[in-house]
Design a protein around this ligand. Structure first.
Ligand code: CA
Length: 228
């Protein structure tokens, strides 16, 4: 009967913890609070929550360490909620495997919408496919979440993997920037088209022999991307 989603709040600001706790109670989410990197990692490993809300500035270290530890064992959605404004920080966090990024101060309604979107994605993606996809030198093993190029394993971040899977699932079709952003992040507003370009560039560096003459992911100028 109890199918409540559990959220791990990683935050050291008492005011924000209070604010988040109140809202999560109202939304009927179960939650736990960790105030340090150490606590966050041990609570995550012990309880495997459904989603993590993560502050980057923690008393004993950087929230990025938490992302790395989580990604070693799970694809659990991580939403970074941080006061850090720099674009670089955002890209680092997303690249390390965070699913989304919200800048403080934020509206609770917006954060809740992003939580719902992230939880929805997490439910859709894992059971979506079976077996393998193979084309040319590219091999994607969906069961093992393993990607090989020319027989050598390449390591994709969770977002890169999602983008690649989405493109393959729709191969031959042109996917617009807007569509990809919505499918991957759950919404298109607030995600910069430039962010998607960054992910495409790193993905191509990993799976294309010659990224400037891509054989798999084709750019449709001004529209989006297509998997050949
Ligand atoms: Ca903090």
């Amino acid at each position: 009967m109890d199918n409540k989603k559990t959220i791990l709040i990683v935050e050291d600001d008492k005011y924000i913890i209070h604010f988040l706790s109140m809202s999560f109670k109202e939304e009927a989410y179960a939650f736990q609070v960790a105030g340090t990197v150490k606590e966050a990692v041990s609570l995550f490993y012990a309880n495997r929550p459904d989603l993590v809300i993560l502050d980057l500035g923690l008393p004993d270290g950087d929230g990025m360490e938490v992302i790395h530890s989580i990604r070693e064992i799970a694809d659990t959605p991580v939403i970074v909620v941080s006061a850090r404004q720099e674009e670089e920080e955002k890209i680092h966090a997303l690249d390390a495997g965070a699913d989304d990024y919200v800048t403080k101060p934020f509206y609770m309604g917006e954060l809740l919408a992003r939580i719902r979107a992230a939880l929805r994605k997490a439910e859709i993606y894992p059971q979506e496919k079976a077996s393998c996809f193979e084309q040319g030198d590219l091999l994607v093993d969906y069961e093992k979440r393993r990607v090989e190029v020319g027989g050598t394993e390449v390591h994709l971040t969770p977002i890169e993997y999602k983008i690649l899977s989405l493109l393959i699932a729709n191969r031959g079709k042109v996917l617009t920037h807007h569509y990809i952003l919505k499918e991957i992040w759950g919404y298109a507003e607030g995600v910069e088209a430039g962010t998607l370009r960054v992910f495409m560039a790193t993905l191509r560096r990993k799976i294309e022999k010659n990224p400037s003459d891509p054989q798999h992911i084709i750019t449709e100028v001004g529209v989006g991307y297509r998997f050949k």
